[in-house]
Design a protein around this ligand. Structure first.
Ligand SMILES: *[C@@H]1O[C@H](CO)[C@@H](O)[C@H](O)[C@H]1NC(C)=O
Ligand SMILES: *[C@@H]1O[C@H](CO)[C@@H](O)[C@H](O)[C@H]1NC(C)=O
Ligand SMILES: *[C@@H]1O[C@H](CO)[C@@H](O)[C@H](O)[C@H]1NC(C)=O
Length: 472
């Protein structure tokens, strides 16, 4: 107890000491979270704070670059009006072809650097100085197109190709995007309005996408107003996303924060996300295309994340066709959000969702605490196989506390593929609206203990000490 208390006070101290440097939203969170913290004090003291120091960021080595070049050496003008697509491309071309030992840093000075889409290269650091803004052109009509992902068979929102992300990397290794919290601004309203007016021709671009890449670090950068999903690592391994801020209005369509997709060893830590869609959504391809491509997402850690979204806090799926396993989500603060934890799949998806752990999740003001559902999401076309049923097996939800939660939750499996080994331990939701007091469950088996309100009969009451086992 003594040690944990010390740890807890250290944590509070740390938290307080970083306050002045934080953005305005943090004071909002602190005031909103204060009652929760008091409520949870005894729980926190009982040893759940050990995750504070834990980190997975070391899985990608951060090299010191031997050389730095500045964007201005390539004729860039940071006046917010001059288009700098060519300076970016020329600078990166030079990094690619000079192949300096240890790689090269491309320094983006303070200023507003308007640009079209550009590709990164291996062994480089894109460094955004304090006050540097990389700003996407509003010229959506000349935006480059690329092929759909093989695991999706088409663009995610429209058939055919898709627009290339503003910053793009394919087949790369050893890339760092970092700096002094400069901003990458997608000027997404142009695209959101096209979506609202139904005048989009192809699937909107991400702000940042890496394909087939490994050893990627993204840290200390602000992502603002992405046209579509913000950060999309797909077919990647060893990706660290740490100390980033991702912002988009709550009414902006499909502006997911981070979507690890058919990727392994992904580490997401110490970040703040407030967008118009899921804060983080782990995916692995879509129906028959994802099943055929067969590239799973595995070894995903999400830790110390704070955020708010009208959709989900942390989501898994609904595109899970290549399989999703070994996911650890811990020490999360979710406020003003639709569904706190959302595991979603559908018939025709195939694949699996296996060995998923959520622990130490705090919620304040959410519509629904937990939803695990087998009937969510659309299909790429009508060629999907209705008999391709996803397997959901081994989901542990423990130490989850929510205040002002309207509905506790629902766990609705699939008739011919019931969800199994679903374990809820020490899950407490307060402030439930009278007419939503009960959980809704079907086609599910597993255990529950210390859950309030008490969930459904489908989950066996396990002994009080019955922590979730890892047998699945
Ligand atoms: C950028 O990368 C894509 C592949 O991901 C490629 O099709 C395109 O030609 C590249 N663009 C440039 C300007 O090199
Ligand atoms: C950048 O923002 C992160 C996350 O908010 C913060 O931890 C870090 O201290 C900031 N870095 C600088 C150089 O301001
Ligand atoms: C389950 O996932 C965790 C990571 O969250 C991993 O450490 C563990 O080895 C996995 N268990 C099995 C049996 O694969």
């Amino acid at each position: 107890m003594g040690d944990s208390f010390l740890e807890f006070s250290t944590r509070l101290h740390l938290f307080n000491s970083i306050q002045p440097k934080r953005h305005h939203w943090s004071s909002l969170i602190v005031s909103k979270m204060a009652p929760l913290v008091i409520l949870l004090l005894p729980l926190l003291l009982c040893g759940t704070v050990s995750a504070w120091e834990a980190t997975c960021s070391g899985q990608v080595p951060a090299w010191q670059r031997a050389e730095t070049i500045s964007l201005t050496e390539f004729g860039a003008i940071g006046d917010g009006r001059t288009l700098n697509t060519w300076p970016f491309r020329k600078a990166i071309y030079q990094i690619e072809h000079l192949q300096r030992r240890g790689g090269t840093t491309l320094y983006v000075p303070p200023g507003v650097w308007l640009t079209g889409s550009f590709n990164l290269t291996s062994h480089m650091t894109l460094f955004l100085a304090r006050g540097a803004v990389i700003k996407a052109t509003r010229d959506a009509w000349n935006w480059p197109l690329m092929d759909p992902l093989p695991s999706y068979g088409r663009g995610r929102e429209l058939p055919g190709g898709r627009y290339k992300s503003l910053i793009h990397g394919n087949g790369l290794r050893d890339v760092v995007i970092t700096g002094e919290n400069g901003t990458i601004d997608g000027q997404g309203d142009v695209w959101w309005n096209m979506w609202r007016r139904r005048s989009l021709r192809f699937t909107r671009p991400h702000l940042l996408e890496f394909m087939h890449s490994r050893n990627i670090i993204i840290s200390n950068v602000v992502f603002l107003n992405s046209p579509f999903w913000n950060i999309h690592p797909v077919y990647c391994s060893n990706v660290v996303i740490k100390s980033v801020t991702i912002l988009a209005p709550h009414d902006s369509p499909n502006t997911d924060g981070i979507d690890p997709d058919s990727s392994t060893n992904v580490c997401i830590e110490d970040s703040y996300i407030s967008t118009g869609d899921d804060l983080v959504a782990i995916k692995s391809g879509w129906d028959e295309y994802g099943i055929f491509y067969g590239q799973p997402s595995s070894g995903i850690t999400i830790r110390r994340l704070t955020g708010s979204s009208p959709f989900a806090g942390i989501a898994i799926g609904s595109e899970n066709s290549g399989g999703i396993s070994n996911v650890l989500v811990e020490d999360i603060d979710i406020f003003n959000t639709g569904i706190g934890i959302h595991i979603k799949t559908n018939m025709g998806r195939g694949g699996y969702i296996r060995n998923i752990t959520f622990m130490d999740v705090r919620m304040n003001t959410v519509r629904k605490g937990l939803r695990i559902a087998g009937n969510v999401g659309d299909h790429p076309d009508n060629k999907f196989n209705l008999k391709a049923l996803p397997v959901v097996n081994g989901v542990t939800i423990r130490n989850v506390w929510g205040v002002n939660v309207q509905q506790p939750g629902s766990i609705e499996g699939i008739k011919n593929s019931p969800f199994s080994h679903i374990c809820l331990y020490n899950v407490k939701f307060w402030g439930i609206k009278m007419r939503y007091t009960s959980w809704k469950c079907m086609h599910v088996s597993g255990t529950a203990s210390e859950v309030e309100p008490w969930p459904c009969a489908e989950l066996a009451r396990s002994p009080a000490s019955g922590l979730c086992s890892n047998a699945f």
